[in-house]
Write a protein that binds this ligand. Structure first.
Ligand code: PHE
Length: 378
C-alpha cells in the first residue's frame, strides 16, 4: 500500500517536472538547448562540455543575464549515439522551443543534428566538432573551434618538422567522420612533405581488440602511429601496442583529450603526442581565471572540451545580447558577426563559412599530465 503511494507520488512528480520543463515560455527566461554525450564511452566529452557551459551560464546570470532575462539551458544526453542526438535536437526545438542549440562535441553527432537545426532555422553552435562537413550543412550551423584540414596538417607538420619522422602508420576509426577526415588530412600534408605512410589500418568504434592491425603495423616498422580516434579506443590501442613490443610514439588529435585516456592506457601512452585546442599552461590572465573558477566549481582541472563549452556558451550569450531581437534571423546574424571574441581557447572570429580560424597546441602525454610543447598557427 505504502509502496503504491510512493509510486503514485513519483509518477506525479515526474509528470509535474516534465510539464514545467516543457513550458519554457517564461517571459523572464531565455531558453537554449544543449546536446551531449553525458553517458557512454565518450562521457567525459559531454560532461566536461556541460560543465563549461554551466559555468559560463552561471557567470552570465550572476551579472544580470541577457537583456535582463535569465539564461536557462536544457541539456539532453545522447549517450554518444548520432540517432539519439538527432532525436534530442528535434525535442529541444519542437517541445522545449529553444532559440539556439549548443552541441555536439563529436562530428558524427553534429552531422546528425545539424540538418534538423537548419530546417527549423534554429542556430546551432558546435563547441568542438572539427570535421568540415558540420558547418557545410547550412547557414545556421556554426563552430568555435578550428577544423580538421588544419588539425591534420598541424600533426603532420609536427611529425615531419619537429620529430623529424619520415615513416608513419595510421590506425583510423572508420565509423567516425572525424577520424576518417583527420587521417586523410594528415596523410595529405605528411606526403606533401615527402613523408611516407607505410600502412593505413582501420577499426570501428566499440572494438576492443586491435592486435591484428597493430601486428600488421609493427611489420612495417613505422617511426610513429597516427591514431585519430577517441580516448576509449586510443587507450586500449596504446596498451596493446605496448604488449606487442611496439615502442614508437602514438600521435593523435583532440579526440584524445580526456582524463580517462591515461586511466585506460596507463604508462603505455606516456611519450605520445596530440594536438588540442588549449593548454592549461597558458598563462594569459583570462585563461588562468577560467581554470580557477572551474576548479572552484568542480574540483578538477578543465580539459579542452570544458574550455570550448565555456567559449561556445559565451559567444552565444554575447550574440544574444547584441541581437536586435531574439528571433532566429537576428540571433543567427549576430552569431555570424562574432569578431575577435576573447575566448579561453583563443580569439574567436566566425568566418564566412561559419568556422573559426585558431591556433592549435601540441601536447605531450607525460606521467604528470599533458605537457605543452608548441603552438602552431594557421
Ligand atoms: N573534434 C572532435 C570531433 O569532431 C571532437 C573532440 C573535440 C573531441 C575536442 C575531444 C576534444 O569529433
Amino acid at each position: 500500500m505504502k509502496r503504491c503511494a510512493i509510486c503514485f507520488l513519483s509518477v506525479f512528480l515526474s509528470l509535474f517536472f516534465s510539464c514545467t520543463q516543457k513550458s519554457s515560455t517564461n517571459q523572464n527566461e531565455i531558453v537554449i538547448g544543449e546536446v551531449g554525450s553525458m553517458t557512454g564511452s565518450e562521457a567525459t566529452f559531454g560532461v566536461a562540455t556541460h560543465r563549461g557551459i554551466e559555468l559560463a551560464v552561471s557567470q552570465i546570470n550572476a551579472k544580470g543575464g541577457i537583456k535582463g532575462k535569465t539564461l536557462r539551458v536544457i541539456s539532453l544526453d545522447d549517450q554518444g549515439k548520432p540517432d539519439e542526438a538527432a532525436t534530442a535536437t528535434m525535442r529541444l526545438i519542437t517541445q522545449n522551443k529553444v532559440i539556439a542549440i549548443l552541441g555536439e562535441v563529436a562530428s558524427s553527432r553534429s552531422i546528425a543534428m545539424a540538418p534538423i537545426a537548419q530546417t527549423h532555422k534554429v542556430p546551432m553552435i558546435s563547441p568542438s566538432s572539427t570535421n568540415p562537413k558540420v558547418t557545410e550543412i547550412g547557414s545556421h550551423i556554426f563552430r568555435v573551434c578550428f577544423i580538421d584540414p588544419f588539425q591534420g596538417s598541424v600533426m603532420a607538420q609536427f611529425a615531419k618538422d619537429s620529430l623529424k619522422l619520415d615513416k608513419v602508420a595510421i590506425l583510423r576509426d572508420v565509423r567516425n567522420d572525424y577520424s576518417v577526415g583527420l587521417a586523410d588530412y594528415f596523410t595529405k600534408t605528411f606526403t606533401a612533405k615527402k613523408g611516407k605512410i607505410v600502412l593505413d589500418q582501420s577499426y570501428s568504434a566499440g572494438d576492443i581488440d586491435f592486435k591484428s592491425q597493430l601486428t600488421a603495423i609493427r611489420a612495417q616498422k613505422p617511426q610513429a602511429i597516427f591514431v585519430p580516434g577517441y580516448y576509449t579506443e586510443v587507450g586500449l590501442i596504446a596498451r596493446q601496442a605496448k604488449e606487442l613490443g611496439i615502442k614508437v610514439p602514438l600521435l593523435g588529435g583532440d579526440g584524445w583529450d580526456s582524463p580517462k585516456l591515461t586511466e585506460i592506457a596507463g604508462s603505455a601512452i606516456h611519450g605520445s603526442y596530440f594536438s588540442n585546442h588549449y593548454s592549461t599552461e597558458d598563462q594569459a590572465l583570462h585563461v588562468q581565471a577560467f581554470i580557477k573558477d572551474f576548479k572552484d566549481a568542480y574540483g578538477v582541472t578543465p580539459d579542452g572540451l570544458a574550455a570550448l563549452g565555456y567559449d561556445a556558451a559565451k559567444v552565444l550569450a554575447a550574440a544574444l545580447e547584441r541581437a536586435s531581437e531574439l528571433n532566429s534571423e537576428e540571433i543567427t546574424r549576430a552569431i555570424a558577426q562574432t569578431s575577435n571574441f576573447q575566448g579561453v581557447t583563443g580569439n574567436i572570429t566566425i568566418d564566412a563559412n561559419r568556422n573559426t580560424v585558431k591556433s592549435a597546441v601540441v601536447l605531450k602525454v607525460a606521467a604528470t599530465g599533458f605537457k605543452y610543447l608548441e603552438t602552431i598557427r594557421p
